[in-house]
Design a protein around this ligand. Structure first.
Ligand code: CP
Ligand code: NVA
Length: 305
């Protein structure tokens, strides 16, 4: 049976195993040992939105695994001229072993996954960004050893793909989760309700003055996600008080780390001083996209063997 990773919930039973595999393959590859576990396999990378990290890390990851990746922009393929998602999924499934899709909507993502007969990996949609959050949990584990019972604080747009996947990710690994955002940008209630089943403390607040208290991890994301551009001016005004500054970091645990999935807009969601400062691990995080996705691809390909 093929297995997809569309939501964090799709890895709820083996998230820590995927992270362990990713870390093991990272160590092996860095020692110069071969990790060609997907020899002769092909990954189609289907993009409806821009990307730097997702595109490069998936392609390099597939090369390291001994396979091949094909970049497909929807501007260039027939999907952009009206071919259906269903036919695109059925045709790609005849050629490739895995599909990574960056979609404008979660609906399109679900549709592609439904029709594809090979595993589909969500490389971001408007609801979730699971590859990034699996990567971030791996990065937190590398820096803090344990995830369970840590306090994770996300400040910024609480209603975007990163916030939703963080909520679910925290639930799965047992980290306390605080989302700090202006009220109109609180998370979709669907995710809040779902994460409560995992028994973690979830705290959603608009109070920036105590936002980072007891935080082991402080994270943010852009205030204007891809697709939100028409609301840019309104958002910049509404989020004005939520910039992560050195002062806000100082209220966290002294050894707290700072995460940002990137791209970052300095002076808005975070100052450059924090993002490039001693507590920041954003470039370890960016690198780990490569290793976490290697772990994800190997896990999914194993499932279809
Ligand atoms: N973090 C992330 O997904 O980056 P890209 O948009 O560059 O892929
Ligand atoms: N929330 C951002 C993440 C970018 C990687 C967006 O969707 O644009």
């Amino acid at each position: 049976m093929k297995r997809d990773v569309i939501s964090m919930l799709d890895v709820k039973d083996d998230l820590l195993d995927i992270i362990a595999l990713s870390r093991q393959l990272k160590t092996k590859s860095k020692k110069g040992e071969s990790i060609k576990l997907l020899k002769d396999k092909t990954l189609a990378m289907l993009f409806e939105k821009s990307s730097t990290r997702t595109r490069v890390s998936f392609e390099v990851g597939m090369t390291k695994l001994g396979g091949h990746a094909i970049f497909l922009s929807t501007n260039d393929i027939q999907l952009g001229r009206g071919e259906t998602i269903e036919d695109t999924a059925l045709v790609l499934s005849r050629y490739v072993d895995l599909i990574m899709y960056r979609a404008k909507s979660n609906l399109a993502m679900q549709e592609l996954a439904h029709h594809a007969t090979v595993p589909v990996i969500n490389g971001l949609d408007d609801q979730e960004h699971p590859c990034q959050v699996i990567t971030d949990l791996m990065t937190i584990q590398e820096h803090k050893d344990t995830l369970k019972d840590r306090t994770f604080v996300y400040i910024g747009d609480g209603n975007n793909n990163m916030a939703h996947s963080y909520l679910l990710g925290c639930g799965i690994v047992g980290m306390h989760c605080r989302i700090v955002a202006p009220k109109p940008y609180w998370p979709d209630q669907k995710y809040v309700n779902r994460v409560k089943d995992f028994g973690i403390t979830v705290d959603i607040t608009d109070d920036i003055s105590t936002a980072t208290q007891k935080a082991d991890v402080v994270a943010t994301d852009t205030w204007v996600s891809m697709g939100d551009e028409t609301e840019k001016e309104k958002r910049l005004t509404q989020f004005k008080a939520y910039t992560i500054t050195q002062k806000i970091m100082q209220q966290a645990q002294p050894d707290a780390i700072f995460l940002h999935c990137l791209p970052a807009y300095y002076g808005y969601e975070v100052t450059k001083e924090v993002a490039h400062g001693p507590q920041s691990v954003i470039f370890d995080e960016a690198e780990n996209r490569l290793w976490a996705q290697i772990g994800i691809m190997v896990t999914l390909a194993k499932n279809t063997e």
